[in-house]
Design a protein around this ligand. Structure first.
Ligand code: HEM
Length: 289
């Protein structure tokens, strides 16, 4: 599963792109609301629990120069976002969709809430705010179990399903797990409901690429259990790098190795799924030039 222990300190990351990303996230939520935000009624307590903790405790403690709790007549009522000059209610709105919208425009992380499935077997996606999906439509994943969400992922059933189900069941409150995922895409588009993967039956398309427009897309993923609702929260931050940046950082050979690795080992289907048959040779030739 390629997972490592993470730290609560790194659950939410801030960087110099914060304001630009927040603006973009708000535009995407406005233009594609049905694809980026959804919540079943059953997820309301999990959404409220995370909202209350993030705005009331985490952000003003972890990033006190960006976020401050504000009192009115001696009662702490708002979180003040200094960068955007917004006051956000510390008590979550009545409708969880509104809470998710606030979360989506507050930090540059996407959030997916999973609850134990009704039949007691595994976990099911019940709410999300996902402005930057890596080539999938999150709405189509709502109410699916983890194993059905991952149906298009090659070798998932035989290599990942059992260990992931076990791992998710055992996940303890206070533990933070992290992993990374990567893709190569033709441009810097962050809201991508399709196009970063090939699925069974797809033909390998011919595409023209421009090295300066292509991006290495890296997702820094976290998973942790909320203490009260016991929901699992899957969150990720998306980073984009140009290929010249990778080369200048001295990482060209590492990326070539990762691309070659998609064909080798016990999961060769990833070469097709990640579209490496389309861009692989072109990118490798550049990295080695
Ligand atoms: C230990 C935890 C997890 C592991 C090891 C894992 C593994 C993977 C892998 C290997 C892929 C293929 C990615 C690629 O090569 O581009 C993938 C895709 C994906 N994962 Fe996970 N995943 C985990 C947790 C989750 C969770 C909690 C969700 C929440 C909903 C999730 C949602 C997805 C989605 C939507 C895709 C794209 C599937 C598609 O092509 O439609 N994953 N995952």
């Amino acid at each position: 599963m390629s997972i490592q222990d993470g730290s609560v300190n790194d659950l939410i990351l801030m960087d110099k792109n914060y304001l630009h990303r927040i603006q973009l996230r708000k535009e995407i939520m406005k233009n594609h609301p049905e694809h980026v935000i959804a919540a079943e009624a059953v997820a309301k307590s999990a959404v409220n629990e995370f909202y209350t903790w993030l705005l009331g405790i985490y952000l003003p403690t972890r990033y006190p120069r960006m976020f401050q709790s504000k009192s009115i007549k001696g009662r702490v009522l708002y979180l003040h976002n200094i960068s955007t000059n917004e006051n956000l209610p510390l008590i979550p709105p009545e409708n969880p969709l509104d809470s998710l919208q606030i979360l989506g425009g507050l930090v540059d992380e996407d959030f997916l809430f999973l609850l134990p499935s009704d039949d007691g077997d595994g976990y099911t996606l019940k709410a999300f705010v996902t402005c930057f999906p890596n080539g999938f439509d999150t709405l189509k994943k709502l109410n699916l179990k983890l194993r059905d969400i991952h149906k298009p992922v090659p070798h998932y059933k035989e290599k990942l399903e059992k260990s992931m189900d076990r791992y998710f069941d055992k996940m303890k409150v206070g533990k933070f797990m992290r992993r990374a995922n990567w893709a190569i895409q033709p441009n810097e588009q962050l809201f991508k409901v399709a196009g970063n993967h090939l699925y069974e039956g797809d033909n390998i398309p011919e595409e023209e690429f421009d090295i300066n427009r292509m991006r290495l897309r890296v997702e820094r993923q976290y998973l942790h259990r909320l203490p009260q609702s016991r929901a699992l929260l899957f969150s990720f931050k998306t980073l984009l790098y140009t290929l010249p940046e990778i080369k200048n950082e001295g990482l060209a050979e590492d990326l070539v190795e990762a691309i070659n690795g998609l064909r080798q080992g016990n999961a060769p289907g990833f070469h097709f799924y990640k579209r490496a048959a389309v861009w692989g040779e072109f990118v490798k030739a550049y990295l080695r030039s």
